[in-house]
Design a protein around this ligand. Structure first.
Ligand code: FAD
Length: 489
C-alpha cells in the first residue's frame, strides 16, 4: 500500500485524504487542532457554475478578469469546468448547502461574479460546515494533531518524508512514498491578517529549503475591512455589509469613497489603498452602519463577533476597521495535478500556485480550488508507481544558530515595505534589513515559534524579490512608484 503524508488539516489536505484513505496508508500532520485552519473561517462561500443559467466558460472569464489575465488559462478552465462536478459530488455525499423554500439550491452574488453562483452553508459559515463535513468523512486516516512539521526529507533528489515535533515536543521523522503540503498561506507575515494563527508560510518555506520552486510570490491579497480594536484584528467584516449600505468614514464622519465611481463597493485593492492613505494621514476609519436598520438580523455572525469584542456599534453605529492580509495567490509551483518541481512532493490549496488566481483571486474561488485540485492530486498519486523506500535521509545543511528579528519587527517591516503599497526603495530596504539575519538553514535545536519566524523571513525575502522584479502594478501587486494601470476585483 502506498504511504502518503499530508501536512495541514484544512479543506485541501483533508479532501485529498478523503480520496486516498481507502487505497493508501494516509497520515495527516497538523500544527494545532484539526479545526485550526483558514478553511474553517471562510465566510463567503464556494463559487461554481452550478446554476442552470451559468456556464463554466462564464465563470472562467470572470476568474481571468479578476486575475488581470495573469492566470494560467488551463488551470482556470480546469477549476471552473471540474468545479461543477466536485460540487455535485459533495452534495451527493450529503453536504447540505443552503436551499430556497422550494428546495432548489440558493446562490449568492459576490463582487466581480456576473451572476449569483456562490453556494453557502448556514449563511456566512460555509467554511466551517464544509470543513467539518469533509473531516467527518475521514474514517481511515491516522491523525497527528499538535504536531507541527519542521522540514522535508529529501533522499536522492526526491521527497521521502518529513521531520516534525511530536506532541511531547520531540523532533521525529516519518517516511512515505508521497508528501503533500496543504499548509495554507502566509497571513502571519503581517501585523493584521484575517488568517488563523497557525498560518505562517511554513509549507512554502519547507519547499524552498528542499529545493522546490515557488512562483507569483508578489501577489498577496489584502482585505480592506478587518474588525480592529487596540491595533489587533478580530475577524473580517464582509463586503456584504457595504453591499447593504454601510459606508467607510473617518473619525469626523467624512465619507472616504465618495469620489470613486463604484464608491464603497470599489474593488478590494482600491478600497484598501484609500484606507491605507487615511491611516498614513493619522485618521481612523470606521464602517458607518447607520443606514442598515436591520443590521443584527441580516448579519448575526458579525453581530455576535462585535458583541464578543465589546464594540459599541449600537450606540455609535460605527465599526472600527483597517485593511490587512487575507489571501496568497502565489506559492509552491505545481502542475495541474499538484506535482511540485521536487519529485514525490505535492502541494494543494492556498500554499500551491497552479496559476489559477493570476494576479488577484476572484471571491470564493479558493474553497473550490481546494476541492478540485485535491481530487486531481489524489488521482495523480494513485497512478504513480512508487520507488523502494529509502530511510537514509540526506543530511540537511545545519547552521550554528538562527539569527532572527522579533516577529513584530518583521511584521512591521513587511507591512510597510511589502504591504498594500510597494516601492523599489522600500523593497530594497526590506531585503537589506533581512540580510542582517540568518534564517535559511535550520540549527540543531530551536523552538517551533522561532522556526515560524524564520519561515516568514524566508517567504518575505522571496516575495520582496518578486515584487522588486515586477516594476509595474498588476492586480493585487501595487507599485506606488509606477503609474497604476489595472483595477481588479
Ligand atoms: C476569514 C477568511 C474568510 C475567507 N472566506 C472565503 C470564502 O468565503 N470563500 C473562499 O473560497 N475562500 C475564502 N477564504 C480563503 C480560504 O478559506 C482559504 O484559501 C482556504 O480555506 C485554504 O485552504 P487550505 O486547506 O489550503 O489551507 P488552510 O485551511 O489554511 O489549512 C492549512 C492547514 O495547515 C496547517 N499547517 C500550517 N503549517 C503547518 C506545519 N508547519 N505543520 C503542520 N501543519 C501546518 C494549519 O494549521 C492548517 O490546518 C477565506 C479566508 C479567510 C482567512
Amino acid at each position: 500500500m502506498k504511504k502518503v503524508l499530508i501536512v495541514g488539516s484544512g479543506l485541501a489536505g483533508t479532501r485529498t485524504a478523503y480520496y486516498l484513505q481507502n487505497t493508501c496508508e494516509v497520515s495527516i500532520y497538523t500544527k494545532g487542532r484539526r479545526t485550526e485552519c483558514n478553511s474553517y473561517l471562510a465566510q463567503g462561500g464556494v463559487a461554481a457554475a452550478v446554476p442552470e443559467k451559468d456556464s463554466w466558460h462564464a465563470h472562467a472569464e470572470d476568474t481571468l478578469k479578476a486575475g488581470v489575465h495573469h492566470n494560467d488559462v488551463r488551470a482556470v478552465e480546469t477549476l471552473t469546468k471540474e468545479g461543477v462536478a466536485v460540487i455535485h459530488e459533495l452534495i451527493n455525499e450529503g453536504m447540505a448547502f443552503d436551499r430556497n423554500p422550494d428546495g432548489t439550491l440558493r446562490f449568492g452574488l459576490e463582487g466581480a461574479h456576473r451572476l449569483p453562483r456562490i453556494l453557502h452553508c448556514h449563511g456566512d459559515q460555509t467554511g466551517k460546515y464544509v470543513t467539518l463535513f469533509v473531516q467527518s468523512e475521514l474514517n481511515n486516516v491516522a491523525w497527528h494533531e499538535n504536531c507541527p512539521v519542521v522540514s522535508l526529507i529529501v533522499t536522492e533528489g526526491r521527497c521521502t518524508g518529513i521531520r516534525y515535533f511530536d506532541e511531547h515536543g520531540e523532533l521525529q521523522s516519518a517516511f512515505a512514498d508521497f508528501v503533500i503540503l496543504a499548509t495554507g498561506g502566509l497571513g502571519g507575515l503581517f501585523p493584521l491578517s484575517t488568517n488563523d494563527q497557525t498560518i505562517t508560510g511554513d509549507g512554502m518555506a519547507m519547499a524552498l529549503r528542499a529545493g522546490a520552486a515557488l512562483s507569483d510570490m508578489e501577489f498577496i491579497q489584502f482585505h480592506p475591512t478587518l474588525l480592529t480594536k487596540n491595533e489587533k484584528c478580530y475577524g473580517l467584516i464582509s463586503e456584504a455589509v457595504r453591499g447593504a449600505g454601510a459606508i467607510l468614514v473617518d473619525e469626523d464622519d467624512a465619507p472616504l469613497m465618495k469620489d470613486y465611481p463604484l464608491k464603497d463597493l470599489s474593488p478590494r485593492d482600491v478600497v484598501a489603498r484609500v484606507l491605507t492613505t487615511a491611516y498614513a494621514e493619522g485618521k481612523k476609519v470606521f464602517l458607518d452602519i447607520s443606514a442598515i436598520h436591520d443590521f443584527e438580523e441580516r448579519f448575526p455572525q458579525i453581530t455576535a463577533n462585535l458583541q464578543k469584542h465589546q464594540i459599541p456599534y449600537r450606540t455609535t453605529k460605527r465599526i472600527p476597521v483597517r485593511p490587512g492580509a487575507h489571501f496568497m495567490m502565489g506559492g509552491i509551483q505545481t502542475d495541474l495535478n499538484g506535482r511540485t518541481s521536487l519529485p514525490n512532493l505535492y502541494a494543494v490549496g492556498e500554499t500551491a500556485c497552479t496559476g489559477v488566481h493570476g494576479a488577484n483571486r476572484l471571491a470564493s474561488n479558493s474553497l473550490l480550488e481546494c476541492l478540485v485540485f485535491s481530487e486531481r492530486a489524489a488521482r495523480q498519486i494513485l497512478s504513480t508507481p512508487t520507488v523502494p523506500e529509502n530511510k537514509h535521509a540526506a543530511h540537511l545543511p545545519s547552521a550554528a544558530v538562527f539569527k532572527l528579528p522579533s516577529r513584530s519587527e518583521l511584521q512591521t517591516h513587511a507591512w510597510r515595505e511589502l504591504g498594500i503599497e510597494r516601492t523599489e526603495a522600500g523593497l530594497l530596504d526590506l531585503l537589506a534589513w533581512l540580510a542582517r539575519y540568518q534564517f535559511f538553514d535550520l540549527p540543531p535545536a530551536f523552538l517551533f515559534s522561532e522556526l515560524e519566524t524564520a519561515n516568514l523571513c524566508l517567504i518575505a525575502q522571496f516575495a520582496a524579490q518578486a515584487a522588486l522584479k515586477r516594476t509595474k502594478s498588476l492586480g493585487a501587486h501595487y507599485r506606488k512608484d509606477e503609474h497604476y494601470e489595472q483595477h481588479s476585483a
